[in-house]
Design a protein around this ligand. Structure first.
Ligand SMILES: [Ca+2]
Length: 237
């Protein structure tokens, strides 16, 4: 049995070791964990692998995607604050627009600093306000402005900021939809969210996909593996 941070550290190491990188795993973990979780992962990573998480990210990624992953892996996001700063919300929304859709090319560093340093409740309001400046919402803007791993990472990040349980419900659905199952993703999300927000994830899942998460799992898996996942998923849904 590993602690959650040891588990995340091991998943990150596995995503980066050897040739190539499993960017989807890296993005999912780095974009969705909170400051205290990131700091605990850094410590677990150091203890288990005798090296720094940031160092491995730097050597396994490149360009603006690397800048975004490294910024998130520092765990420097402002903590929630009960005071709502409408001026700052407006300013950040305008700056996100001016750094992307409004100009030729994209000022990715500006996007990174706003989206990795501001608090989650603040950014939720910034993305709402953003629509009064831009003809496209934040997700549409990301799709227009950037490509590849960077696009994928920004989209994951914005989804996590807007509604994290829905983000994980979508990832669970993606892991099971169509033919076959992406077992690694299914197992990782079930294990890593089981004591965090699985109840909320189950509610979002049923709301969006019409049937319960347990139903999807029972259709897509079998045997002991199925029983273990259904146990994690236990309870009324
Ligand atoms: Ca642009």
């Amino acid at each position: 049995m590993k602690t959650p941070s040891q588990y995340d550290a091991s998943e990150l190491k596995a995503a980066m070791k050897g040739l190539g990188t499993d960017e989807d795993t890296l993005i999912e973990i780095i974009c969705s964990r909170e400051n205290n979780e990131i700091l605990a992962i850094q410590a677990a990573y150091r203890e288990l692998f005798k090296t720094e998480l940031e160092k491995d990210i730097v050597s396994d990624t490149s360009g603006d995607f690397r800048k975004l992953m490294v910024a998130l892996a520092k765990g420097k996001r402002q903590e929630d604050c009960s005071v709502v700063d409408y001026e700052k919300i407006d300013q950040d929304a305008r700056e996100l627009y001016e750094a992307g859709v409004k100009r030729k090319g994209t000022d990715v560093s500006k996007w990174i600093s706003i989206m990795t340093e501001r608090s989650i409740p603040h950014l939720q309001k910034v993305f709402e306000r953003y629509k009064s400046y831009s003809p496209y919402d934040m997700q549409e803007s990301i799709k227009k402005e950037v490509k590849g791993d960077l696009e994928n990472a920004f989209l994951n990040l914005v989804q996590c900021i807007q509604n994290k349980p829905l983000y994980f419900a979508d990832r669970l659905y993606d892991s099971m939809k169509g033919k076959g199952t992406r077992d690694k993703v299914l197992i990782r999300i079930m294990l890593s969210r089981s004591e965090v927000d699985l109840l909320k994830i189950k509610a979002e899942f049923k709301k969006k996909y019409g049937k319960s998460l347990s139903y999807f799992i029972s259709q897509d898996t079998k045997g002991d593996y199925q029983r273990a996942l259904l146990n994690l998923c236990a309870g009324d849904d």
